[in-house]
Design a binder for this molecule. Structure first.
Ligand code: CO
Length: 224
């Protein structure tokens, strides 16, 4: 089969990698298999050039990872919400990071007018970000700069979207964590730029705020 060697290479790489780690620490995988206690949830782009662990120089077990096209936090996306709930409520991560990247194909596509089929619906979320920041963006005449800025604004809006979820707000009221962060990775330099930080318990716009009842209040109200 054509290209079978490329494919088999991955499996032989895997064997070498495992052997190398066992060489350094015989119990490496036995320990890895015991538990996971990651402090970070990474929500990144599916782009092959932005691997969460490599760009942060972290190891298996350190980062819980979710990736999709253009690192979006969509409030009806069961996949993202399930990952978020598990990471926040069970793993109790301390930080949630949304990491975008300059040159993002998803953001670029959203800036255009081509009909791309199903993905139109996904990219629509980025068009909404563009529309929200239209005043700023329309004043950036250089197209590359406008593209870069939209990448940053998209990350900011996704971090804000996290703060609008009951998952995050409930965690803030229960344990003053996690902190939310928005980053943009520059693949031309390998360096990450911080674009937004929202500390736990930061103010959320009124319309997106939820109030939570204690278990006691719920019990009392069901008696009435
Ligand atoms: Co991308």
């Amino acid at each position: 089969m054509k290209n079978m060697n490329d494919y088999n290479k991955l499996l032989s790489n895997n064997k070498e990698w495992a052997k190398e780690l066992i060489g350094l620490d015989e119990a490496y995988f036995t320990n890895l298999a015991k538990d996971q206690k990651p402090e970070f949830l990474w929500i990144g782009c599916a782009d092959s050039r932005v691997p969460a662990e490599q760009v942060t120089n972290t190891h298996p077990g350190e980062v819980f990872v979710h990736r999709n096209v253009a690192n979006l936090v969509v409030h009806t996306d069961m996949n993202l919400l399930s990952v978020l709930q598990y990471a926040v409520e069970v793993l109790k991560v301390k930080h949630v990071i949304v990491c975008g990247h300059y040159g993002c194909g998803g953001v670029k596509a959203a800036m255009g007018n081509a009909d791309l089929g199903l993905i139109n619906k996904w990219l629509r979320n980025i068009k909404e970000v563009y529309d929200k920041h239209n005043y700023e963006l329309k004043n950036v005449s250089d197209e590359t700069k406008r593209f870069d800025r939209l990448v940053e604004l998209n990350v900011e809006e996704q971090v804000k979207n996290l703060s609008k979820t009951t998952i995050i707000q409930r965690a803030w009221s229960n344990r003053d964590l996690p902190h939310l962060h928005g980053w943009v990775f520059d693949m031309k330099t390998g360096i990450i730029k911080e674009v937004i930080n929202i500390d736990a318990n930061s103010e959320v716009e009124d319309i997106f705020k939820y109030t939570f009842h204690t278990d006691e209040e719920i019990t009392n109200s069901s008696i009435e």
